[in-house]
Design a protein around this ligand. Structure first.
Ligand code: NA7
Length: 536
């Protein structure tokens, strides 16, 4: 394995998180020479990088697991319904060890470029360690939310204390005790950080721009009885999860129009009391399509938030008025709103008085106000869906650049391949169900299994190249857009439509036709001899 000679592989996987680990296992079982690369020093992907205080699941742990092996599922026991990052990371290590994956993963290595060699129909991949790998298939398992937006403000580098993005939280932790800490961002991440550090820091300043609907999490500990009970449901979960609308265990049960106002209210209350994402993902499907229903459900959630916040000024900054509940990612929280009643916590609304720069002593707002701080935490999110791949120099047929192509128009074929990029198979990219409206493990299992079947099919048929046709891709993009246009998500601004990144072409990133429907469409295309793809 010299630095100069190209190493040969059948498949190179980028990423060793939920998707990459399972993809590696599957392709190795098929007899391929396969290796995964990860920039991190260990496995875990999202659960490696996001080690900020308070990081935890918003999906129930027992539905986030892999379902391909009953033993693998049942030999792991969760300690609570929504475990925290250290426990999730331990689970990923358990998976890695049980499947003996480590020997085929290169850590602390970043893929810097990948170029398709049209003469030989192979990808030439380079790393930041000077390695060159010659591989037939390039499989990207880079995650939907892994390219942090961390260079945002002029003067950032001049800040005299630690300034950290939540997804780059250092392993040695950051000293927050008694300090003056500023958090920018109140998305799912910011909320987890804020509620967790409020009683530890000296003074906490939260910079809030767009308000967020939030739902309280109920997070009971799991003892032997609870663990046995969910494990009992393994067969049922394996049957149902892949086919629900969102890959969660629950699905829409009621039709809004069929119920009286009181009955609707009862359903909302019951789902709210569930202490999970059920109110969002299994309340009323009409909420996503019908402005009137959206407004009524939104008002229900606003009322719950108002009752907890009391103070009208807090309500004004924290309760959304101009977009509907569920059209942005809904965070679960624990005593988050109550944090703002603490004497050491200050809420700074920056909608009308934005942050203009960061000075050595702290954060400066448009009106000149300076908030003096010892530590700044950026909970400012990600270049979702595309960022992980556009930050690599990927060149397809004719030298075309993926960063340039997606810089003009974000297109994929079922989120599994991109026209112009033969033998590049993708997971967690746009135009497939994803973090926006899907339990990621459900979706990633299906996508990696589809990819393994596809590669197996080519090898069985003695074929070497697969690529979506232009027409095939056009058809998927049109179907995706038509589905998305009906959904109120398409009318909002957030990472769901790429509007958190200046200049990013607007498109609803996640497929909104449902996880079960998507799976059927992918399977149908494969069964029809990879309809919409050219195989040679
Ligand atoms: P999000 O959901 O993209 O949230 C980012 C937050 O940072 C959001 O509140 C933004 O406000 C805020 N932000 C970003 N830039 C600024 C500036 N310049 N000034 C003030 N506030 C700013 O990222 P998360 O990490 O919380 O969550 C990402 C996903 O990870 C989440 O949805 C889950 O699926 C897991 P804005 O809304 O843009 O006004």
């Amino acid at each position: 394995d010299g630095a100069s000679a190209a190493q040969e592989l059948d498949a190179l996987i980028i990423g060793a998180g939920v998707a990459g680990l399972y993809q590696l296992h599957q392709l190795r079982e098929q007899g391929l020479r396969v290796r995964a690369y990860d920039a991190a020093s260990d496995v875990g992907g999202t659960w490696y990088w996001n080690r900020y205080p308070g990081a935890r699941f918003d999906s129930e742990a027992y539905i986030y697991q892999y379902l391909f092996s009953e033993d693998l599922y049942k030999d792991w026991s969760w300690s609570q319904r929504f475990p925290d990052q250290p426990e999730i990371e331990r689970w990923m290590h358990y998976i890695t060890d049980r499947l003996d994956l480590r020997r085929d993963i290169r850590f602390s290595t970043t893929i810097t470029s990948a170029r398709f060699d049209e003469e030989r129909n192979r990808w030439i991949v380079r790393t930041d360690r000077g390695e060159t790998i010659d591989t037939q298939f390039l499989v990207t398992c880079c995650g939907m939310l892994s390219a942090p937006l961390s260079e945002l403000f002029p003067g950032q580098d001049s800040f005299r204390g630690p300034l950290v993005h939540t997804s780059r939280w250092p392993h040695e932790d950051v000293d927050l005790d008694g300090k003056r800490v500023g958090v920018i961002g109140i998305g799912a991440t910011g909320i987890q950080v804020i509620q967790t550090i409020a009683d530890r820091v000296g003074h906490l300043t939260v910079f809030a721009r767009t308000p967020q609907y939030v739902l309280p999490m109920k997070n009971p500990a799991f003892g032997p009885a609870e663990v046995a009970a969910y494990k009992e449901r393994f067969t049922e979960l394996r049957k149902t999860l892949p086919y629900t609308f969102t890959g969660f265990e629950y699905d829409f049960e009621h039709i809004w129009a069929d119920l009286t106002p009181q009955e609707r209210r009862d359903v909302l209350e019951e789902n709210y009391e569930n202490g999970s994402l059920k109110l969002w993902l299994a309340g009323f499907a009409e909420m996503f399509f019908d402005e009137q229903v959206s407004e009524e459900v939104s008002e229900f959630v606003r009322e719950k938030m108002r009752a907890r916040l009391k103070d009208p000024r807090l309500c004004d900054v924290l309760i959304p008025q101009d977009y509907g509940f569920g059209t942005h990612r809904v965070p679960l929280e624990t005593n988050y709103l109550e944090v703002y009643h603490r004497p050491n916590v200050e809420l700074v609304g920056v909608r009308d008085n934005p942050i203009t720069r960061i000075a050595p002593e702290g954060i400066v707002l448009s009106d000149g106000t300076v908030h003096e701080l010892d530590v700044i935490i950026l909970a400012t999110g990600f270049d979702a869906g595309t960022g992980a791949l556009t930050r690599i120099d990927i060149r397809g047929r004719g030298g075309r650049s993926l960063a340039e192509d997606w810089g003009r128009d974000i297109r994929t074929t079922m989120g599994l391949m991109v026209h112009g990029y033969p033998n590049m198979l993708t997971t967690a990219v746009p135009l497939a169900p994803s973090a926006a409206l899907c339990n990621m493990t459900t979706c990633l299992q299906q996508q990696t299994e589809w990819i393994s079947d596809c590669i197996g099919h080519l090898r069985d048929q003695d074929k070497t190249v697969i690529e979506p046709t232009k027409d095939g891709e056009d058809a998927w993009v049109a179907h995706h857009d038509e589905t998305a246009a009906a959904n109120l998500i398409s009318k909002t601004t957030s990472w769901y439509v790429g509007s958190n990144v200046p200049g990013k072409p607007r498109r609803v990133l996640s497929y909104t036709g449902g996880v079960g429907t998507y799976r059927e469409k992918c399977s149908e295309a494969a069964a029809a001899g990879y309809e919409g793809f050219e195989i040679r």
